[in-house]
Every structure is written in structure tokens, then in C-alpha cells.
Design a protein around this ligand. Structure first.
Ligand SMILES: [Zn+2]
Length: 398
């Protein structure tokens, strides 16, 4: 297959492009065979991306908003509502909504997806077995990863912590926790790090998901990574409070993060909805410091988070919509230069075999967008796409 006259955004180029902006790409079997500059540089017919990587989702919760109601910006009300709803979760109710999420992501061009799974007590949740079955069924289409999402206080019970870590290890997952202004946070995080180190697990936190400038979970995590010389991947999602802190404080934390090899994931849809006032026009919004992180070499990922549940009642698994919102919310310009936020950066955070840079020999897992320049990227027409997986065009099934 030959794909002609396409822009390949700079962060996705794994080859020497010289001055060229527009390329002809030849696929052979399930690989990219060759990339050459197009004869006509002025007439791009579209934009070529590597298949998308979803770094942070909750496929156990999605599509439940009709049953639980929207929480209108109140994170803790959303947590409470989902807690009540969770009591009734069974594999029969979980499976259809988890599958629906994967179908949506697959059709949108996603090649890998990491979901958090609510895990609030020692015993594994019903969603784990469903996840493991789906991971097998979807192998070769979407590479699936999971993170246990546990309140830090549960780890205070040493036996419960051990049980969770052992089960996460058995199932090939990542250990996680929700951290926001907890009392004794350093000690509690230390326990999570102990378990990760004893069991050889990566870590993925929900951290500082609020607009309280005092929230400093991110800094504590970065300090622990350094103090422990922690070698596995550490991912920190949200980090909203960073935007409310003084520049000096925030930049010091970001320097610590960058030096620790930590990955940051911003979740623009959910944090626009959950943070900021609801009794008047919201001014401060829930976004982390993407530019300041990039200035320190820390390229942030953008991810979807919640879809149609109490935490966020709208949305879909189309990462290009999330990207479009992130571009506008955080002034990511030129937009094309930030495409690593949904490809290369999450691929690194998730430790995928392919980092998503397009080069001869790389997998022919690609997304061909109608957008011919960066300004069209954000609209629905520019987002129209052809998904190519293993060198073949994916037929739309919905
Ligand atoms: Zn989340």
C-alpha cells in the first residue's frame, strides 16, 4: 500500500526528514517499508500519525451516568455515588460496558489502553477477571494494561496491601492509589513504594486532583522515586494543583519530576468538569503545567479519564477529541508539535515496545487524518480518519 502526500508531525518522525514536510509512505505487510519526501511539497492530502495510545481510562465505570447521575463538579460526590453503584457490579454488568469502551477506542485508532480498576479492599474486584479475559480477547488489536486504584488507607492494613500487590503482580498489572491532601501522605506513599519494590511493580497514581495549592502529592512522589532509587515506571495523573502554586514552587517540583524520569498525564475533559466553580463562571481550571514541564524535558501525555460516568458525564474514547480540547485549554501551539501527547509520550509512560515514532521498519499501525494543516486538526472534518492496523485499512463496524 502506498500513502501519498502526507504531513507527518515533527514529534512523530523517526527518520531524517531534511527540509521536507510532506511524505510518501510505502507499507509492506504489517510494516512501514519506506518514507520519502513527496515531489510536491505544497499539496498535502492529509496528516499521518502513529496509532494512538490511551494512558488513563476507567473502563469499569464508563457509561453509568444514566444510573448514577452527574456530580456537577464535585469530585467527592462522584466518588460517593460510584461507591454505592460499585456494590452492585458483577461480571455480567461490567463486561458489556468494558467491551463498549474498547470498541470505541479501537474504531478511533487506539492501539494500547491503560485502565484503572477500582480496588477498594484486599479482595480483587469483579472487574479484574473481566479485564483479564478481555485482555486476551483483544490481543493484537488493543494492548491492554491495568492499574489497581486503591485509597491509600487500605494499605495501612499490611495484610491487605500484601494481598493486593501479590494479585496485581500475578495479573501483570501496575500498583496505584488516589492521593489528594491525605494526612501523613509521605508515610502512606512510602508504604505503596515498599509494596511496589518488594513485588517488582510499576506505579500509577491519581495525584493532586484539585485546585488546592497546598496539595503536594506530586512532589512527595518525585522525592520518593529519588530517595528509593526506584527503577520501575512511575506515572502521575492529574497534578491539577500544580497550576495553583507559585511559579517557583511548581517549577521546583517539575524539576524534581523531570530528574526522576516520572511521567505526567493530563486529563483535560474530566478536570474541566470537576475543577473550577459551579456557582459562577469558573476561572481557574483543572489543567496541569504542560508547558513548564516540557521546558524541563518532561513531555506530558493527554488522556481520556472518565467517559459518561459520575466523574465526567460526556465524552468518548476518541483521543483526538481529547487532544483538541487539550490544545485549546493549554494553548498547545502549533498543535502538530504536540502530537506526542497522545502517541510517543504515553507509549513511553506505558513502556510499550514501539514508542510510536514513524520510521522504516516500524509497525504499520497508523491513523490517516483528513486535516491537511494544523488548523484543521481541531475540527470534526479534519479529524475524519482512516485507521490502518497491521498494514490493512480498518473497516468501520459502527
Ligand atoms: Zn482517573
Amino acid at each position: 500500500m502506498k500513502l501519498e502526500s502526507l504531513r507527518i508531525p515533527q514529534p512523530l518522525r523517526g527518520f531524517d526528514a531534511g527540509d521536507a514536510q510532506v511524505f510518501d509512505v510505502t507499507l509492506a505487510g504489517d510494516r512501514v517499508e519506506a518514507i520519502v519526501p513527496s515531489a510536491l511539497q505544497a499539496n498535502a492530502r492529509g496528516t499521518l500519525l502513529s496509532a494512538l495510545v490511551e494512558a488513563h481510562a476507567h473502563i469499569d465505570k464508563n457509561y453509568t451516568v444514566q444510573e448514577v447521575g452527574a456530580a456537577q463538579g464535585n469530585l467527592f460526590a462522584a466518588i460517593e455515588r460510584m461507591e454505592k453503584h460499585r456494590a452492585g457490579w458483577t461480571s455480567q454488568t461490567l463486561r458489556p460496558r468494558m467491551e463498549r469502551a474498547l470498541q470505541d477506542a479501537w474504531q478511533s485508532g487506539t492501539r494500547a489502553l491503560r485502565t484503572h480498576i477500582d480496588w477498594v479492599q484486599a479482595e480483587p474486584p469483579a472487574a479484574l477477571a473481566v479485564f483479564e479475559a478481555l485482555r486476551d480477547e483483544w490481543r493484537g488489536r488493543i494492548e491492554l494494561q491495568f492499574v489497581s486504584l486503591t485509597p491509600p488507607d487500605v494499605f495501612a492494613d499490611l495484610a491487605a496491601g500484601e494481598r493486593i500487590a501479590r494479585e496485581v503482580k500475578r495479573a501483570g498489572g501496575v500498583l496505584g492509589a488516589f492521593v489528594y491532601r491525605n494526612e501523613g501522605i509521605v508515610h502512606k506513599l512510602g508504604r505503596v513504594f515498599d509494596l511496589a519494590q518488594q513485588h517488582g511493580l510499576g506505579l500509577d497514581f491519581h495525584v493532586d486532583e484539585g485546585l488546592d495549592a497546598e496539595a503536594s502529592g506530586l512532589r512527595s512522589i518525585a522525592q520518593l522515586v529519588r530517595a528509593r532509587d526506584f527503577r520501575h515506571h512511575v506515572v502521575c495523573g492529574h497534578c491539577c494543583s500544580l497550576s495553583m502554586q507559585d511559579d517557583a514552587v511548581a517549577n521546583e517540583t517539575l524539576a524534581l519530576c523531570a530528574g526522576s524520569g516520572l511521567h505526567i498525564v493530563a486529563l483535560p475533559t474530566t478536570n474541566l468538569y470537576l475543577q473550577g466553580a459551579w456557582d459562577r463562571t469558573p476561572v481557574p481550571r483543572g489543567i496541569t503545567r504542560i508547558h513548564e514541564a516540557a521546558a524541563r524535558g518532561l513531555r506530558v501525555s493527554l488522556a481520556t479519564d472518565n467517559v459518561q460516568d459520575a466523574f465526567y458525564p460526556y465524552g468518548s474514547y476518541d483521543l483526538l477529541e481529547t487532544f483538541g480540547l487539550g490544545v485549546q485549554m493549554a494553548h498547545l501551539a502549533p498543535a502538530g508539535e504536540w502530537f506526542d501527547t497522545i502517541t510517543v509520550s504515553p507509549a513511553k509512560a506505558l513502556g510499550l515496545a514501539w514508542d510510536g515514532r514513524i520510521a522504516p521498519g516500524c509497525p504499520a499501525d497508523l491513523v490517516l487524518l483528513a486535516a491537511t494543516d494544523e488548523h484543521e486538526l481541531i475540527g470534526p472534518r479534519g479529524r475524519q480518519r482512516t485507521v490502518i492496523r497491521a498494514g490493512r485499512i480498518l473497516e468501520k463496524t459502527q
